[in-house]
Structures are given as C-alpha cells and as structure tokens.
Design a protein around this ligand. Structure first.
Ligand SMILES: O=C(O)[C@@H](O)[C@@H](O)[C@H](O)C(=O)CO
Length: 507
C-alpha cells in the first residue's frame, strides 16, 4: 500500500490532512513500503527516536498481542512495538511472507549473508529484479561466534527487514556450516528452511602426508563389509556420463576416495535421519568445500552416489572446486581448467538431481559466466563477506576517521583472524594510510589485500571491547544508521553485478 493510499484511508482526502501524514512518512520516519492493512488495523515500520518500531494503528485483536507502548500518534490510538523476538514471532504468524520457506532445487538462488543485520533492504532491492530466489537469512556458526549474533537474531532481523520493504515474493533461511547436532536442532526449531551440513570434520584430507604403505594400512582398518561393497561398486569400473566423460576408479584412486570421504557419509545419514522427523520442508545442503585439496570428479561422483545409495536426499552440494575461492576477491586459478572440471561437476549434480552450491561466491566475477552457463542457472551461489565489505566502504566514505581506526585495528588482528579463514594475503601490498587522503579511502576497498584484511577481521572489529565497552561497534552502527540509503544502493549495484554475470536476470 502506498503511503498516499494509506493517508487517504486514514485521514480522508483533505489536502491538509494528507500533507500531515506525508510529512510524517517523509525521509524514512515511516518506511513507506511497509504500510499494510489487515483487518481494521494499519501496520508499518517507522523510526522513532532513532530506533525502528512496528506501529499498529487502530485497535484490533492483534493489537493486544504485540508487546509495546500504547500512545496517541497523529490523533490515533497506536501501539509502538519494539522489533523484539517476541514480536517477530507474532509478525511471522500474521504476515506469512515474513517467515522463511524452502526453495527447492529447480531455480537459481543466491545466499545473501548479512553479518550486521542491516543489509536485507539492499538485497531485496536487487533480487526483486532477478529470477534468483533469495536466501536472506544466511549465517554460519563461525560467523555467529565472531559477530556475537544467534540464529534467532539473524532470522528476526531479516523478518523485520522483509516487512519494512513489503517484500512478499518469499525467501529462505540457511543455517550455514553446521557441524553439531545441537545447532541443527536449534535452527530447525527456529524455523530455518535450509540446513548446510559442514562435513569437514569427517573428511580426512591429510593423506598426501602418508606413504603408500600407510595408506594401505589405514584402508585395511575400514570395516571389511564396507570395503567389499565399495570395491564391488567401483573398483576398476568406468562410469560414462551423458557428455561422454569417463570416471574411472583404479585401486589407488578408490582407496584414497574411501579414506577421505567415507566417514562423512555416516554423518550425513545421521543428520538426514533428524531432518526426516521435521514436519516442514527443509532444503538440505552438504558442504565438502572447506578442505585443503579440490574435490576430484571421481570423488564428487562417489559422494553423490553414496548419498543416493544411503537414501539421503540432498537439495544442493558444495564441492571444493579447482583453484582458489578465497573470501571477498575474484577467483584465483586457471580459468580453462576450472571450466573443464566445472562442466563435469555440473553434470554430476544434474544426474543426481541436486543443485551445485558455490561457497565463497562473493566477487568471483571471472567464473560467474561459466557457472551460469553450465548449470543453466540451476545453481546456488553463497555470498556474505562482500556485503560486509560494502558496509565498510560506507564507513570509508562517510566517517574517514572511523575507517582509519578500524583499518589500523584490522592490521593488528590479522594474524589472529587467519585462524578462522584461509587467505594468502600479502599485507605488504596494503597501502599505508598516511599517504591516502580521506577522499580516496573508499577506493582502498578495490584492492584485494585490503578487502581480505577487512574481510577476515570483522569479528574482532565488531566484538572487541576495551574497559567493558565496544571499541568500534556503536560508532559503526550509528554511521550505518545515518547512511541507510547509501548502503542500500551500494549493495543493490554490487550484488546486481553478481546476478548480471551469473545470468540471473534472464527470463
Ligand atoms: O564466513 C562464513 O563463515 C560464511 O559466510 C561462508 O563460509 C559461507 O558459507 C559462504 O561461503 C559465503 O560466501
């Protein structure tokens, strides 16, 4: 509902009265796209005394359900409800478009991880135009630990933003990189509609340190009935894909694949069992991407086939592709080699009926056309860090002193941050801030080394405290709150470029 229709229904068509409401709605005090009528009440989001509130005008039975202060607003009885978890649950019940849903695997989708809880309006602005379905709530356990947020608060932030933008086309919520059963249960209870199981701890990719004899010894420790089953299925067999590509399993290759992956199949089976108990549709993703070596094509086929043999239905799977998908920067590696292997990965995914999922998808512009083309758009691409970096750019452009402070702090914390992320950043390539004018600070975010420096240190920047107070957090959020429009349009154009290169705008 436009604020004009809203004003007319509320105060009649007199010019003066409408003008009054218009003034109130102006400049984001009311978020115009949020205005919605349900029963006899009007609902909308507004910024009241610097903080966002859900406003309900006119009493109805729902009016009493929301917690908040009752006041007179522009002559009407109104409830000013804080954007709390309690109120978010009622919102999701009342307006189902604010609750996440499963997406299935037939179309393009994009994960839009938001470490700050403020990026969703910009994401919505861009996905409205594209054919990709958005996963607006997407955070990994690692990100939650580093930012001090929870699956609950991430989903609530998204529900409020979806309401603010009046976005009714549907979105998903991905509890990303889950490793523990308790986290999985928690995410399911909260209504997450996508679970990404991180199998890293069940993947043994240290085999290159071992001699042939040691590998053989390890292989003999695998229960005999399992070894026999795999040898019957794969050993010295060739699987020919529709494209004519041949996957071959020699003794050495099979031993290696079994040793690397066999434990993760059991783990996936255990979690699949848990998911089956859920009454809701949940998109199940398996991630095997955070390993030190690329997933070979034979290994991908083996994992896919074993998941199928164990009746584990996955919606998407994230292999580790050849080359480097480092955080926040373009692809590093040989594009021809990537294309050659990616085609086959895409074919295997198609054969087994799931989508490929591309992790660390932020800024991989040189491979996006390949990904779009060989998946025919049936693919999931995850981004997260790039959305944080766009927010940092807003700081560089609007509060240079604060940018200089966080940049210096990131340099101090960089080596500690490397414990969480694999990057090969050469810090000598980070320009000295003393030589950069305030007006040029925003351009620093074009430099790969600066992007990675700020990308991996986000947890320290956001969470570190001195004398019990956050060092930067409050100043950062206050700047972002003053520059909502700038952040929204920066995201719309940057994520727009991702969607464009992936071919996600075509009908
Ligand atoms: O930083 C994280 O932990 C996550 O955002 C990622 O690993 C996520 O799965 C991703 O790939 C986003 O690009």
């Amino acid at each position: 509902m436009s604020w004009k229709d809203f004003a007319e229904e509320l105060v009649g068509t007199s010019k003066d009265a409408i003008q009054k409401v218009a003034e109130y709605a102006d400049d984001y005090r009311i978020y115009p796209k949020s205005i919605i009528k349900k029963g006899k009440s009007f609902y909308f989001l507004a910024k009241v005394d610097q903080s966002k509130k859900l406003i309900i005008l006119n009493q109805s039975k729902e009016f009493e359900r929301f917690q908040g202060k009752t006041e007179k607003l522009a002559g009407f009885k109104a409830k000013l409800a804080p954007l709390s978890h309690y109120n978010a649950e009622i919102l999701r019940e009342l307006f189902s478009f604010t609750a996440p849903q499963a997406l299935g695997n037939q179309t393009a989708s994009i994960g839009l991880g938001d470490r700050l809880g403020i990026a969703t309006p910009g994401h919505i602005a861009v996905v409205r135009e594209s054919k990709a379905l958005p996963v607006l709530a997407q955070q990994s356990v690692r990100e939650l630990n580093l930012t001090g947020r929870t699956f609950k608060s991430v989903l609530d932030d998204v529900s409020w933003a979806v309401f603010q933008e009046g976005y009714q086309a549907g979105f998903a919520a991905d509890a990303d990189h889950l490793k523990q059963k308790t986290d999985i249960e928690n995410a399911l209870d909260l209504g997450y509609t996508m679970l990404t199981l991180d199998c890293t701890e069940y993947i043994n990719d240290d085999l290159d340190q071992l001699s042939e004899a040691e590998i053989d010894e390890l292989y003999q420790e695998v229960p005999e009935h399992l070894r026999n089953g795999w040898e019957d299925t794969y050993l010295n067999k060739t699987f020919v894909l529709n494209s004519g590509y041949e996957l071959e399993y020699t003794v050495d290759k099979l031993k290696e694949i079994v040793l690397i992956y066999y434990k993760m199949i059991d783990f996936a089976a255990e979690i699949n069992h848990l998911l089956k108990k859920s009454e809701r549709d949940v998109d199940f993703e398996i991630s095997i991407d955070e390993t030190s070596t690329a997933t070979t094509l034979e290994a991908h086929y083996f994992v896919a086939n074993e998941l199928k043999r164990n009746k584990i239905k996955v919606n998407s799977l994230a292999p580790r592709f050849v080359g480097e998908f480092q955080k926040g920067i373009d692809y590093i590696g040989d594009l021809e080699q990537f294309k050659k292997e990616f085609k086959v990965h895409a074919e295997i995914a198609d054969l087994f009926g799931y989508k490929l999922s591309i992790h660390s998808g932020s800024d991989k512009f040189s491979v996006f056309p390949i990904i779009g083309k060989y998946t025919g758009g049936r693919v999931h691409v995850k981004t997260a860090g790039t959305n944080w970096l766009a927010a940092v750019k807003v700081i560089a452009e609007h509060d240079p002193a604060l940018y200089r402070d966080i940049h210096a702090y990131a340099l101090e914390k960089f080596s500690a941050a490397k414990e969480y992320y694999h990057v090969t950043t050469d810090l000598d390539k980070v320009p000295s801030l003393a030589k950069i004018s305030d007006a040029e600070l925003g351009q620093l975010l074009e430099i790969n080394e600066v992007r990675q420096l700020l990308h991996i240190t986000y947890g320290f920047i956001l969470q570190d405290k001195r004398d019990g107070n956050y060092i930067f957090r409050d100043r950062l959020y206050s700047c972002w709150s003053d520059h909502e429009k700038e952040y929204r349009s920066a995201l719309a154009s940057h994520i727009g470029r991702h969607l464009e290169e992936l071919g996600f705008y075509q009908a």
